[in-house]
Design a protein around this ligand. Structure first.
Ligand code: DGL
Length: 277
């Protein structure tokens, strides 16, 4: 089965990476909308029109199911895309539910884009999960820019995290929800900083595992038995051999060495983050 996975940029690779681990049977077409990232700074109308165009493109490429590997586009466009297209469409939402359900959980800090945080979809979710009183919302827009330029643990990234977290009493927080797929790249640096601040107990939860289970469910695909081991690549050739996939940057297929090596580095950075789950 051919599955089209898209995001505003390279964040959606975190969903593809998780799919490699658990749904190795499918064929993937990955689309990063590099011409329009960040979606988190766009209007709802713009985001819908990008998502619609990408869905059409992926259907033309033979996708039999679509995954919106972007919390922002999911909040804005999923409902209308489902009305327009007849194929199954899997959308994402910040993993608030598992974070609130954790045993002994205290406050939950939801990090996402500005658009995701202001959309009705998140408000409905918090209401449904009785989470309004126990959640704090934090826009981390600069993470998207940092991730897009492969800047994952520079001084600037660390200063940004420190200043964003400063207003919160982290002693009251049990988990941080990474409610934007770009944020997964920062698991290692977030872990390092939370530990240094004296909070090794704060967990980080993202939506990729739930999304992959949902893909399996909706598209009737078997989930692999756990234990495929680490997904680190030493070359892009190895990446393409082990997990054949087509990659597009806004409609242009990634075939050159530079683009493929970039994708390989990104997969490796995500795999680094696996150690902090
Ligand atoms: N990766 C996207 C998300 O999950 C959006 C990032 C952006 O383009 O602002 O929300």
């Amino acid at each position: 089965m051919k599955i089209g996975i898209f995001d505003s940029g390279i964040g959606g690779l975190s969903v593809l990476h998780e799919a490699f681990r658990h749904l190795s049977d499918a064929e993937y077409i990955f689309y990063a909308d590099e011409d329009h990232v960040p979606y988190g700074e766009k209007t709802e109308a713009q985001i819908y029109s990008y998502a619609d165009e990408i869905t059409r493109f992926l259907v033309q490429q033979g996708a039999e199911g679509i995954v919106i590997a972007c919390n922002t586009a999911s909040a804005v466009a999923a409902k209308r895309l489902r009305e327009k297209y007849s194929l199954p469409i899997v959308a994402m939402e910040p993993a608030v539910k598992p974070a609130l359900e954790e045993e002994g959980s205290k406050r939950v800090l939801v990090m996402a884009t500005k658009v995701t945080l202001r959309e009705q979809k998140l408000r409905d979710l918090l209401k449904k999960e009785h989470g309004e009183e126990r959640t704090d919302l934090l826009a981390m827009s600069r993470f998207v820019t940092f991730a897009e330029r492969e800047e994952f643990d520079s001084r600037a990234v660390k200063d940004y995290i420190a200043s964003q977290l400063a207003p919160f009493d982290l002693g009251q927080v049990s988990s941080i929800v990474l409610g934007c797929t770009h944020f997964n790249y920062f698991r290692p640096v977030l872990r390092e900083m939370l530990d240094k601040m004296g909070h090794p107990e704060i967990e980080m939860i993202d939506g990729a595992p739930g999304t992959v289970r949902r893909i399996a469910d909706l598209l009737h695909l078997p989930l692999d038995a756990p234990g495929c081991g680490a997904i680190f690549f030493s070359s892009y050739q190895e990446m393409l051999e082990r997990f054949p996939a087509k990659y597009y940057f806004s409609g242009r297929e990634a075939v050159g060495e530079k683009d493929l090596a970039h994708l390989m580095h990104l997969h490796n950075q995500l795999e680094k983050g696996e150690a902090y789950k």
